[in-house]
Design a protein around this ligand. Structure first.
Ligand code: 5CA
Ligand code: ZN
Length: 412
């Protein structure tokens, strides 16, 4: 699939520190150790509705990781999928009477435009589930060869007991997994299953649903096997970071890890599992199924500066759960105006310590609020009050502008 155009990334005269990230599997902070090229997989959208602020927060969070690695001197290979066939997409297409492929294409295109406006670096491989069906089939055959797959009617299930490390990626015990599973698409009570936590890897054809031929009969892959197959194919085993929102910790990322670890025993799916918090609106998690959404495209259409949207997201730590409010958006519009005013002076308060603080904050588990606060302080010092402006650095704006762009993705 086509991704979206990449913004320019200015090169900085200073190198950032190695990136420390909170890892869901170990429940602790881990210094990422990517060697030359860091390998990142982030779960992409299910394209049946426009990009909301929750999606935007997640993709901006992993964009900060991408940028922090680059600032630390690494190349990055970034892979993102598009779940372009799935139950909610098919249901929405049927409801609004459009072809499901047309709906997926339209919403994916809108997502590309939203990501471009928010200056999110594109993945190197933007991969659709449909175009990856042969990869999923190959992975299911490998799972079969390990004896990890069994049949229930026309569907195939993955035996979670085949992975000795099952539960490790999400760091959850069996009781917690059993509690969460039914709320996240699982079917613990289906007759014929060997373990309530087993998940579908091949869904046999249903009347009225699209299907593809396979050695297991017509049907389509399960959701988890798609991401596992795409990530393994494009990144190999033990890639650096598997990312997504916290709603994907279990079962999605656990099952992906399980599939990968059964076909390549002893090699973890990913080294670090990283998860962003949930963005809410009107007291609940923002979600397409609940319909309590604030769309990036709707704000763009009302001429809101996308950099103000991005700054609003950056003011929240990526691991926090928080509520979107328009009040914060309007505050970001004002803050950007203040920054622009200070930067337009050219000279200002010393920029080097600010650049250093921004890079240090981002390498410290993507602490964007701390980075942004450093810029606020610089702008306040530069503009001063009552003649107390600090303009001791004649090159302040020239040093700060590329750092804001490269590290935070903000053009001011
Ligand atoms: N296609 C799958 C992943 S393979 C999927 O979860 N799609 S999605 O469209 O539902 O979500 C896309 C990304 O946005 C996921 O990483 C998800 O965790 C994240 N996300 C969804 N809702 C929110 C929210 N309210 N706040 C923060 N992140 C969210
Ligand atoms: Zn995924």
């Amino acid at each position: 699939m086509r991704a979206w155009p990449s913004p320019e990334i200015p090169s900085l005269p200073v190198t950032g520190p190695q990136v420390v990230l909170h890892d869901t599997a170990s429940g602790s902070r881990v210094t990422t150790d990517p060697g030359g090229t860091a390998r990142l997989y982030v779960c992409g959208i299910t394209p049946y509705d426009a990009t909301h602020m929750g999606h935007a927060a997640t993709y901006v969070a992993f964009d900060l990781l991408n940028r922090a690695w680059r600032s630390a001197g690494h190349d990055v290979t970034y892979v993102q999928n598009v779940t372009d066939v799935d139950d909610p997409l098919l249901e929405r297409a049927a409801k609004v009477k459009v072809d499901w492929t047309a709906l997926a294409e339209r919403e994916t295109e809108l997502f590309r435009q939203d990501m471009t406006a928010l200056r999110v670096l594109p993945p190197d491989h933007y991969v659709g589930a449909v175009e990856s069906i042969p990869l999923a089939v190959e992975l299911i055959e490998q799972l079969q060869a390990q004896g990890a797959v069994y049949q229930v009617e026309t569907d195939l299930y993955f035996s979670v007991t085949a992975d000795p490390d099952f539960g490790a990626a999400s760091n959850l015990d069996r009781d917690a997994m059993l509690r969460i599973f039914p709320d996240r698409g699982g079917d613990p009570d289906r007759p014929g299953k060997r373990d309530p936590l087993d998940c579908v890897v091949w869904r046999g054809e249903r009347p009225g649903e699209p299907s593809w031929p396979s050695p297991f009969g017509p049907g389509r892959p399960g959701w988890h096997v798609e991401c596992a197959a795409i990530a393994r194919h494009h990144l190999g085993g033990a890639f650096d970071v598997q990312g997504g929102g916290s709603d994907l910790v279990f079962p999605h990322h656990e099952m992906c890890a399980g599939h990968a670890q059964v076909v390549e025993p002893g090699t973890p799916f990913a080294r670090v599992y990283s998860h962003g918090g949930m963005v809410g609106y009107d007291g609940e998690k923002m979600s397409k199924s609940r319909g309590n959404l604030v769309f990036v495209s709707a704000l763009r259409n009302s001429d809101v500066d996308p950099m103000a949207i991005r700054l609003t997201l950056l003011r929240h730590h990526y691991r926090d759960d928080w509520e979107w409010t328009d009040t914060e958006l309007w505050r970001s519009v004002d803050d950007l105006a203040t920054w622009r005013k200070a930067l337009s002076l050219g000279a200002g308060a010393p920029a080097a310590p600010v650049v250093e603080e921004v890079l240090a904050a981002l390498a410290d588990d993507l602490d964007a609020p701390r980075a942004v606060a450093a810029v606020d302080r610089w702008a306040a010092a530069t503009l001063g009050s009552g003649g107390l402006a600090d303009t001791s650095d004649p090159q302040a704006a020239a040093a700060l502008l590329p750092a804001l762009d490269a590290a935070l993705g903000l053009t001011v």
